[in-house]
Write a protein that binds this ligand. Structure first.
Ligand code: AMP
Length: 433
């Protein structure tokens, strides 16, 4: 199957050809013809599935024929949860819309100067990509009108709801025409996303994209137990020196620990930088540019700031702090294994974080393979509850990434019995961490 069979305009096919993509991904294969037919869509798809092109291409196709009268508002509106994602989407719009010489885009995100955005809005903007808070700000100041919106796209809708944007989204949607086409993309379509979807869409076509088994195999997932923060830091340092390490994103739970960890890595001579929501937008952009150019080896980031980062050189994701929300694990590890390359995702778990690890394993349905580095194994711990007979107290497995040494893994046997999980030997507590 090629892009030519999807019904897209020649100008768009030419732009796709220039990107080098020859075959549509599953989400593109299903969503593009459905969107071209005019349906509202509810699409469950993950980062890395090619979802950006799946909504950008049909939206551009819709506006390809005519230029609007001067003074009209955007005809395509894309809402995204984060600034970085908004910038990536705008870039995709410009890439696929290259042949439309008249096409103007605007990216309205928080943290960037208001004035420059207002100036941008004074000229004709055909496509606006925005985070909800900033767009609402412009709307309330009457700097933008949304009455000409023909296609409304919600990218990562689940994430926008997680971030508390529900009311902002409702207010924005109320300013768009009822007869618009709505395309909603989300990792999940259940729960609150389902409620939002039923408010915003009419007779939507539901498209659910399974993550292909072979695609999942691209990221090797490892778990390492640590006694305390100092032990985690030593493990991190050893991991950053491992073979195959190109660039890494290290996740921390707070902005402050991202700053502190980045600083301590810098002090050890590592080209590290922090990325989090307290940084000014220009500073964040500069950091991301340096990451893309390979001038930063280790990006220490928080969840929200790192969402949507698409840099092929990221060989490793290291969860210095495991994510509080199991869903975030999937988003985090998706920063590696980009552009068809393999990736490694390593989660460091302290003694009090095993509940979070269990939550991740329940969410993904996969057991994480336990690894240790020789000489840096965690201390043996007294199990809190009864253990299955014969199970070891310490994680098994040897080192990895060492010249001439094959990775050996501990973890669970195929029968689902623990074959040695460090703190994981503890009985699971009822409450999730
Ligand atoms: P996304 O899920 O939109 O973040 O896209 C993930 C990555 O896949 C991006 O680097 C895209 O440029 C790339 N991509 C999108 N469509 C295709 C395609 N049909 N073939 C190969 N790569 C693609």
């Amino acid at each position: 199957m090629t892009f030519h069979s999807l019904g897209l305009a020649d100008e768009l096919l030419k732009a796709i050809e220039q990107t080098g993509y020859t075959t549509p991904t599953p989400v593109q294969l299903q969503a593009i013809p459905a969107a071209l037919a005019g349906s509202d869509l509810l699409v469950s798809s993950h980062t890395g599935s090619g979802k950006t092109a799946a909504f950008t291409l049909p939206a551009l196709h819709r506006i390809i024929d005519r230029r609007p009268a001067q003074g009209s508002g955007p005809r395509v509106l894309v809402l995204t949860p984060t600034r970085e994602l908004a910038q990536q989407v705008e870039k995709a719009v410009q890439t696929y819309g290259k042949a439309l010489r008249w096409l103007n885009t605007a990216c309205l995100v928080g943290g960037a100067p208001m004035f420059a955005q207002i100036k941008q809005l004074q000229r004709q903007c055909d496509v606006v990509v925005a985070t909800p808070g900033r767009l609402l700000d412009h709307l309330n100041r009457r700097k933008i009108k949304l009455s000409d919106v023909e296609v409304l796209i919600l990218d990562e809708a689940d994430r926008m709801l997680d971030m508390g944007f529900a009311e902002d989204i409702d207010a924005i949607v109320a300013a768009t025409p009822a007869k618009r086409q709505t395309l909603l993309f989300s990792a999940t379509l259940d729960g609150v996303v389902g409620n939002l979807a039923s408010r915003l869409t009419r007779n939507p076509q539901r498209i659910e994209i399974e993550v292909a088994q072979e695609d999942r195999g691209q990221i090797e997932q490892r778990l390492m137990f640590a006694d305390d923060l100092g032990h985690k830091s030593r493990l991190l340092h050893a991991l950053l020196g491992e073979d195959g390490m190109n660039q890494a994103v290290v996740f921390t739970a707070t902005k402050r620990s991202a700053d502190e960890l980045s600083l301590s890595l810098q002090e050890k001579g590592i080209a590290a930088a922090a990325l989090h929501g307290d940084m000014h937008q220009t500073q964040r952009n500069r950091t991301l540019d340096r990451l893309r150019q390979g001038r930063i080896g280790v990006l220490v980031a928080t969840d929200v700031a790192a969402r949507g980062i698409d840099v092929a050189g990221i060989s490793h994701v290291i969860n210095f702090d495991p994510p509080r929300q199991a869903e975030d694990y999937v988003h985090r590890i998706g920063r590696t294994g980009r552009a068809g390359r393999d990736g490694v995702a390593i989660t460091l778990s302290g003694p009090r974080e095993t509940g979070l690890i269990r939550a991740i394993e329940r969410f993904t349905g996969d057991r994480l393979a336990v690894h240790t580095i020789p000489g840096m194994e965690p201390s043996p711990r007294k199990p809190a509850g009864p253990r299955p007979a014969g199970s070891a107290r310490r994680p098994s497995g040897g080192g990895y990434g060492r010249p001439g040494g094959e990775a050996r893994r501990g973890g669970y046997g195929r029968d689902g019995q623990s074959s040695g999980r460090g703190y994981g030997d503890r009985r699971e507590r009822a409450a999730r961490g």
